[in-house]
Design a protein around this ligand. Structure first.
Ligand SMILES: [Zn+2]
Ligand SMILES: [Zn+2]
Ligand SMILES: [Zn+2]
Ligand SMILES: [Zn+2]
Ligand SMILES: [Zn+2]
Ligand SMILES: [Zn+2]
Ligand SMILES: [Zn+2]
Length: 486
């Protein structure tokens, strides 16, 4: 037995009070009925006694018993009135019988009601007589929990009735109405929208948008998601940025597939991502990228059918021939360069010997190597026009400044250079026709040359080699006499 709470006890007490009030009313009503019965009996007796009078008069004024006297007006209960005022004036003997029967029926009903009320009162009294249990909070909370769970079940039943069949999400195992789920278009697997969004978001943000990675997460299904599924799980959930990312990557992959399938090509420039369809009927082998503006031959014989730089005004075969010629010229140039180096080394060795011997001396002002064959001590450098003494090296700085020694120097002969460290100066352009030349002048033509410029470079190298031979010969030539030049 569930113990009664304070509220339930109060309710029982209220019910009891109501039952007692109803009993009192029923008793009053019964008194009224007895009164009416007595009055009706008197009426019937009077009618029998005065039948002739009644007939002659065509009816009697019956008057009404004072019902208000026995039935005080009470809340909730109308005064008992078996004879509505409109009927009273017209009542005859038959009416009186009818009224008596109605009154008897009413009496029986009232008696039944009284009995029922008495039963209610007994029950209420029994209920009230129960000893009040100690107030139990745990009992209350148990009842509350029972009521709540019953409510929930009822609500769930109502929801189920409203929302139709349910499903269990394969990711979070929540039960949801099918109408609220997301059903994949290809495999028909159904998920709660949050779980599908999470699954798609994880894949797309990792860039996994291909049909091989973006699949139904149900084990044993793994059907590829459709574009519509992805749209629902991203854009449909307010994740516009994910949808845009998916579209971008998917587009790129589509183009990539076209490129790898040979239907499209990518601009060969390393930083340019331009993709184009290459289907011109007469392949001119000259592709001009509209994005990076670089130009290529896309199937060049010079690159074994691969991509190479554009070669305007030249067929691939001509380009191949030119490249071959350039390579040969470069090889030729290399052999000349080696020969030149050898000649240079020989010439330097010769100069070193001459400097040591003193038959060649550097100009004291500019370092130009000068070889002298006879003549007086008075000397003019044709390179810087320094006049200096061949014997002692004295000179006045500048051009054409007369030095002090004269044509025959009386001072002690002096070495103003060291053949091991001297750097012979001057340039080829500056050297005079009959003056000797330094090997340093050769280095101008020895800059590194790119293979493409090999032809021009090798021509220069040939010229330089000729110059080397000329220079070597010139060292033996007679040097102009300084006195005559001035
Ligand atoms: Zn879920
Ligand atoms: Zn599936
Ligand atoms: Zn490009
Ligand atoms: Zn080509
Ligand atoms: Zn002289
Ligand atoms: Zn000089
Ligand atoms: Zn001198």
């Amino acid at each position: 037995q569930i113990p009664l709470s304070v509220e339930q006890t109060a309710l029982a007490e209220r019910k009891l009070a109501e039952a007692e009030a109803a009993m009192a009313e029923a008793e009053l009503r019964q008194h009224a009925l007895i009164e009416t019965e007595r009055w009706l009996a008197a009426l019937v007796a009077a009618e029998v006694r005065d039948a002739a009078t009644c007939d002659a008069a065509g009816g009697v004024e019956l008057g009404r018993p004072s019902i208000e006297r026995v039935i005080p007006a009470q809340g909730g209960m109308a005064a008992f009135d078996p004879f509505p005022p409109a009927m009273v004036g017209l009542m005859d003997a038959d009416d009186a019988h009818l009224a008596a029967r109605l009154a008897a029926e009413e009496k029986a009903r009232a008696a039944a009601e009284l009995e029922s009320l008495a039963k209610d009162e007994r029950l209420a009294a029994e209920l009230a007589a129960e000893p009040l249990p100690a107030r139990s909070f745990s009992g209350d909370s148990q009842i509350a929990a029972q009521i709540a769970s019953a409510d929930e079940e009822a609500q769930a039943a109502r929801n189920a009735a409203e929302l139709g069949p349910t499903f269990e999400c394969p990711i979070c195992f929540d039960a949801l109405p099918e109408l609220a789920g997301c059903r994949l278009q290809r495999c028909g697997c159904i998920f709660c929208p949050e779980c599908l969004e999470g699954h798609v978001a994880a894949r797309v943000s990792e860039g996994e948008v291909g049909t091989e990675t973006l699949r139904c997460p149900v084990q044993g299904c793994a059907a590829p998601l459709s574009v519509g599924d992805v749209h629902t799980a991203t854009w449909g959930r307010g994740r516009d940025e994910l949808w845009e990312k998916y579209e971008k990557i998917a587009d790129e992959r589509e183009l990539e597939a076209l490129v790898s399938g040979g239907q499209a090509r990518r601009c060969p420039a390393p930083t340019c991502n331009y993709i184009f369809i290459w289907s011109q009927p007469n392949d001119p082998r000259a592709f001009s990228c509209p994005k990076c503006e670089r130009r290529y031959c896309l199937a060049c014989d010079a690159c074994e059918g691969g991509v190479g730089p554009a070669h305007d005004g030249m067929t691939c075969a001509e380009l191949v021939a030119k490249i071959r010629a350039d390579e040969e010229a470069a090889a030729q140039h290399e052999s000349w360069r080696q020969a030149n180096d050898q000649t240079d080394a020989q010439f330097l060795e010769l100069m070193r010997k001459e400097l040591k011997r003193g038959t060649t001396k550097p100009c004291p002002q500019c370092g130009q190597g000068i070889t002298k064959n006879g003549g007086c001590h008075h000397h003019l450098c044709l390179h810087c026009r320094c006049r200096f003494c061949w014997n002692c090296g004295a000179f006045k700085p500048g051009k054409d400044q007369r030095h002090v020694c004269g044509t025959t120097c009386t001072k002690r002969s002096r070495r103003w250079w060291d053949e091991r460290t001297v750097v012979l100066g001057g340039t080829r352009e500056g050297s005079g026709g009959s003056s000797s030349r330094a090997p340093a002048s050769l280095r101008d033509s020895e800059a590194e040359v790119a293979p493409a410029a090999a032809q021009a470079a090798s021509a220069a190298a040939r010229e330089a080699a000729t110059a080397v031979r000329e220079v070597a010969a010139a060292t033996r030539a007679e040097v102009a006499h300084g006195c005559n030049i001035s």
